[in-house]
Write a protein that binds this ligand. Structure first.
Ligand code: SF4
Length: 473
């Protein structure tokens, strides 16, 4: 029996999918890229843009058509707004929060679906039902849902079960780069973002589990490990007397990493400027394995807009953090996220973002044109910056970024950099990789056995957003 999984959205959803793969493969399902072949189809939804939600609807309509010819079970999880959840319950067989993933096998059995490994193994549906009920699930019978699936749906009461989810060992997609979720949810309520409504409030994963996962990955030869969360640097704040703070977590990893004898780079994404303390930067400076690369979203260079976005920090705060990064981590690359054309953004406010970009000289910026996100507070406000103005503003920031990238990369010429080889390059006869600062690099080689290794490369040519080099002996 086969399963097909569609993942929409951000790195957090991709990381969640690695745990979903473990659960369904442990049931004996084998992955397929072709939905027509699948007996179980799931989608990890994203509510960041309407386009992503529309994709979920178009997919499920197609999958429900496939049901005419075969026995097919469908599920949806991920970032789902309460309003969409109501509709999804009528369209999918199963709709669950990602924290409820450990219950997926029992939910599938409740449908009377024989999973591959259950053939010959007796599962008592009454037992499963009793257990699910005891664990807070309730049986919901929706007329619309029954009309499509012909079976009742099990929906759990809202209750956090994220610990069981974190205990699942993921099927990592790569053998050299891995992401480790260290928290779930967000307490910040930025007005352009729906995450606090889809994933709930911030919950920190136990540090012992995180450290164990880091060790396991390092022992398996992983070279790039990223701690993942909506707000990584507020890690531990929800458990003040119980858990480490983020700087302490980094310190533990740094101590282990530098002593273990393996070479790897430890990243984290994304931190919030409001929680960015010098202590974190001091710790990164102390340990080789803590990568000298910071991704710190700023979103806007204007104080009034930052207030309207509910970011809870000022441009001056952000500049102070940048100065601290330059001070403690002089070789670090600095990445950011920026939104242009946010509701109410004036020309003058945009010019303040231009000024910030010119002053800070980011190595990379992910620049997005604002579009209202369903469920976010700003979706109720007028989207009053025209598409043409948004496009022009984005273009202007992109040009500044490009110029800075050209001049930063030019400074790399002639130097030797350790590079994590990530795969074949797009150019024939080249391999590609990333420096510790996540600068794209390619070098002449066709040796695919280098993938996953850190090699030394001398930079021979530079350009915007990428450099070229020669593999050192
Ligand atoms: S910090 Fe803001 S943008 Fe990031 S997940 Fe939380 S609410 Fe969304």
């Amino acid at each position: 029996m086969k399963y097909h999984l569609v993942t929409l959205g951000c790195q957090m959803n991709k990381s969640d999918s690695e745990r979903i793969a473990t659960v369904v493969e442990d049931l004996g399902y084998v992955v397929t890229d072709h939905e027509e072949e699948a007996d179980l189809i799931g989608i990890v939804a994203c509510s960041v843009r309407q386009a992503a939600i529309d994709r979920v609807y178009s997919k499920i309509h197609r999958w429900n058509q496939l049901k005419r010819d075969k026995n097919l079970l469908t599920f949806v999880t991920g970032c789902i707004l309460p309003t969409d959840r109501e509709k999804f319950l009528k369209l999918f067989d199963l709709c669950f929060q990602i924290s409820e993933l450990p219950e997926l096998p029992a939910m599938i059995r409740q449908y009377g679906v024989p999973t591959p490994l259950s053939s010959g193994v007796a599962h008592d549906p009454a037992e499963d039902a009793a257990r699910l009920e005891a664990e807070g699930f309730a049986e919901v019978e929706e007329d619309g849902h029954k009309a499509i699936a012909g079976r009742p749906v099990m929906m759990k009461q809202p209750e956090t079960r994220i610990a069981g989810f974190w205990d699942i060992r993921p099927h990592y997609q790569s053998r050299s780069e891995a992401f480790i979720p260290i928290q779930n949810g967000c307490d910040k309520f930025c007005t352009f973002c729906a995450v606090p409504y889809t994933r709930g409030r911030e919950i920190s994963r136990p540090s012992a589990d995180i450290l164990a996962e880091v060790r396991r990955l390092v022992e398996q030869g992983y070279r790039s490990i990223t701690l993942l969360g909506q707000n990584v640097n507020s890690y531990g704040r929800d458990k003040p007397n119980e858990e480490m703070r983020f700087a302490e977590l980094l310190e533990e990893i740094g101590r282990y990493g530098d002593a273990c004898g393996e070479r790897f780079w430890l990243y984290f994404t994304s931190p919030h400027p409001r929680d960015m303390q010098d202590e974190v930067l001091e710790v990164i400076a102390r340990y080789h394995c803590l990568a000298k690369q910071i991704h710190l979203p700023v979103q806007s260079g204007d104080n009034k807009l930052l207030i309207r976005m509910n970011r809870n920090h000022s441009v001056q705060d952000y500049r102070r953090i940048v100065a601290a990064i330059r001070n403690f981590l002089p070789t670090a690359t600095l990445f950011t996220d920026i939104i242009v054309g946010f509701s109410g953004e004036t020309d003058e406010q945009f010019e303040n973002t231009v000024k910030l970009m010119e002053d800070v000289e980011f190595d990379m910026a992910f620049i997005a044109r604002y579009s209202p996100r369903p469920g976010a507070a700003s979706s109720r406000w007028e989207d009053d910056v025209s598409p043409d103005v948004k496009k022009a503003r984005m273009h202007r920031l992109s040009e500044i970024l490009r110029a800075h990238s050209v001049s930063h990369n030019a400074r790399m010429l002639g130097d030797v950099y350790p590079v994590l080889v990530t795969g074949k390059g797009r150019k024939e006869g080249f391999m590609s990789g990333l420096t510790e600062g996540k600068i794209n690099i390619r070098f002449a080689s066709e040796d695919e056995s280098l993938v996953g290794q850190i090699v030394d490369v001398e930079i021979t040519r530079t350009g915007p957003f990428a450099v070229e080099g020669r593999l050192c002996e």
